[in-house]
Design a protein around this ligand. Structure first.
Ligand SMILES: [Zn+2]
Length: 133
C-alpha cells in the first residue's frame, strides 16, 4: 500500500506500527504491505513477530507482497470462522464440486439411456490437453 510507505518515509508510523503503538523506522518490514485494519487482523491471528519473521524469510519483494496478501486473507478468514478459517472455503468448493459431479453423472446416465453408452462416454482427451481426473 503505497500510502502507508509514503507515511513511513514522512515520519508517520505505518498502519502496522500504529497498531503496535511503536515508532515506524525506515525500511519497516510491514510498511509496504499492510493497512492498520489489515495488520490488526494479521497481528491478532499470527502475532506481529511471527509475521515479521515470515516476511523477512522471503527474499523477493513481489513474493513478500503475495505472502502479505495471503496472510491478510488467512487472518480475516480465521476471524470469520475460527474453527476452519480458509478451509471452510475449500469445504464449500468441494461440496459445490460434488454437486456438479452428481449433475454431470445424472446427465450422462440420461444421455446413455437416450442415445447409448458411447454417446455418454467421457470425451477423448485432446492431444496436449490435460487429462481429466
Ligand atoms: Zn512501520
Amino acid at each position: 500500500m503505497p500510502d502507508e510507505e509514503e507515511q513511513a518515509l514522512a515520519g508517520a508510523p505505518c498502519g502496522a506500527c500504529r497498531t503496535l503503538w511503536r515508532r515506524c523506522v525506515s525500511g519497516c518490514v510491514f510498511a509496504p504491505y499492510f493497512t492498520a485494519d489489515d495488520f490488526a487482523a494479521v497481528h491478532g491471528v499470527f502475532d506481529a513477530s511471527n509475521v515479521s519473521k515470515m516476511l523477512e524469510r522471503i527474499e523477493l519483494p513481489e513474493q513478500r507482497w503475495v505472502a502479505a496478501v495471503t496472510l491478510v486473507e488467512e487472518a480475516k478468514a480465521r476471524q470469520r470462522d475460527p474453527t476452519f478459517g480458509r478451509v471452510s472455503y475449500i469445504r464449500i468448493l468441494q461440496e459445490v464440486n460434488d454437486k456438479a459431479r452428481e449433475l454431470v453423472d445424472a446427465a450422462r446416465e440420461e444421455i446413455a439411456t437416450e442415445f447409448g453408452a458411447l454417446a455418454a462416454a467421457e470425451p477423448l482427451p485432446i492431444l496436449g490437453a490435460r487429462a481429466r481426473a
